[in-house]
Ligand binder design. Structure first.
Ligand code: G3I
Length: 418
């Protein structure tokens, strides 16, 4: 009887030990778990780096968000504050607003993070003054301003979830235009000033963002005012200027929807042509704004084909939309955001998100020679541009979701984590 009681007590004690060990056992952080393979980053917003309230976040919530960023991520990208519209809103020598971008860079450096600059040349969020001049805009046969052949329109925000955009929206600029030389001069001055200011601190730049046309049409490049005024070599020029400004910075071409074979083919055509001209493109940024239909096979094929360019691949804006409205494509336009986050979540959303992330990370781990950076577009669901689609590994209270566990489990399978 005594022996039985002792055995019972012993097993009860062992049970208590193992339960409490499990309760206190913390899964590894993202940055620690993947440190031998790639950096794990996140986009950060202004509130996080300035210590104030964030967009739709109280100071207390922002403080918690910052704790999450520091715990799990070793790389940061400014979600908005280095875009031309925000960092360089006005013409002239007093035209720059560096405060928030400086705060972003200081935040990264003081937390020993790899700092990425986003973005130098983009069809969107560029103020009208950049394109303005004295040349009349081209007209088509009916006398109207020439149509933009690739929707969505260039240089505009649309009317997405955020409305007009940064306190006063603007449509595509349709007034008299700068000449090619004027626009190149403005681009060069902007790139030299911004890249030069953070030389040696910002390690990598998204030099040209989203220049490739969507769809299966024959145009490789999206129509934009950059393309119309300068011509296709606006891309080569931007890289050349960025390289002049910081010889050591890793210069990326960054685009979305590369999981789509037609768009990927255009990327490969574009980058091969730049490589043939010895343009200093050092890495491919694949945004990876995905939805829960993404599979390991699609991601594997995508990475296999991009890797043929012989450049490192940086996953630059990862998220996986679980909203019903967002299951039709891998687009990233803010103008379509309302549509792609409506309709509630798909059925069994948590499981689908978990499976999707497991497949994506399995592919990243298998492409160990190419994938060097994986950046989430937001640290938790509450900060996501697609908050309604609950697309990230942490919920709005920064609690890890099952998808987080799945990602760590993939690392274990690849013998990265204990
Ligand atoms: O901060 C202002 C706020 O003061 C104002 O009251 C409110 C009203 O409209 O707007 C707020 O700004 C919004 C900002 O996001 C806040 O985070 C802008 O309107 C809105 O246009 C802006 O959207 C950003 C979007 O790019 C357009 O620049 C998203 O945050 C950002 O996540 C998104 O990121 C892009 C990448 O740069 C490039 N790839 C696609 C990706 C998703 O669209």
């Amino acid at each position: 009887m005594k022996a039985i009681t002792q055995t019972c007590l012993l097993s009860a004690a062992l049970l208590t030990v193992s339960v409490s060990a499990r309760a206190t056992e913390k899964p590894g952080t993202l940055k620690e778990t993947f440190k031998d393979r790639f950096l794990v980053g996140t986009a950060v917003n202004r509130g996080m780096v300035t210590g104030g309230a964030g967009f739709r976040r109280s100071p207390e919530q922002t403080a918690k968000d910052v704790a999450l960023v520091k715990e799990h991520f070793n790389q940061i990208t400014a979600e908005n504050d280095m875009k031309w519209q925000l960092v360089h809103p006005r013409d002239g020598k007093d035209g720059y607003d560096f405060g928030p971008a400086d705060a972003f860079v200081n935040f990264g450096l003081s937390n020993q993070m790899y700092v990425v600059g986003h973005t130098l040349v983009w069809h969107s969020q560029t103020p009208n003054w950049v394109f303005a001049g004295t040349n009349p805009p081209p007209t088509n046969a009916t006398g109207n301003v020439a149509a933009n052949t690739n929707t969505p329109a260039t240089n505009q925000f649309g009317r997405g979830r955020f409305g007009g955009g940064f306190g006063g929206g603007f449509g595509r600029y349709s007034g008299p235009r700068a000449s090619r030389d004027e626009l190149l001069q403005r681009m060069r001055e902007h790139i030299h000033t911004v890249v030069g200011r953070y030389k040696g601190k910002v390690k990598s730049w998204d030099v040209v963002n989203e220049a490739i046309a969507d769809g299966t049409g024959t145009n490789v490049l999206r129509n934009s005012l950059w393309l119309e005024i300068i011509g296709p070599d606006f891309i080569a020029k931007a890289f050349q200027y960025a390289h002049e400004a910081d010889l050591n910075a890793i210069l990326r071409y960054n685009d979305y929807g590369l999981e789509n074979p037609a768009k990927r083919k255009k990327l490969i055509t574009l980058i091969k042509s730049l490589q043939a001209q010895k343009v200093p493109v050092h890495a491919i940024g694949s945004q990876a704004h995905l939805n829960v239909s993404i599979s390991f096979e699609t991601m594997d094929q995508t990475l296999t084909e991009i890797a043929t360019l012989g450049l490192p691949i940086h996953i630059t804006e990862l998220d996986v939309n679980s909203a019903a409205g967002g299951q039709r494509g891998f687009g990233a336009d803010i103008a379509n955001n309302a549509a792609t986050t409506q309709g509630g979540l798909v059925s069994d959303a948590d499981k689908k998100l978990t499976d999707a992330y497991a497949g994506i990370f399995r592919a990243f781990l298998q492409h160990r020679d190419s994938v060097k950076v994986v950046t989430f577009w937001g640290a938790n669901d509450a900060n996501s541009w697609r908050a309604n689609g609950k697309p990230l590994l942490f919920d709005g209270n920064s609690q890890p979701k099952p998808a987080f566990d799945a990602v760590i489990a993939e690392a274990k399978k690849a013998s990265l984590a204990k």
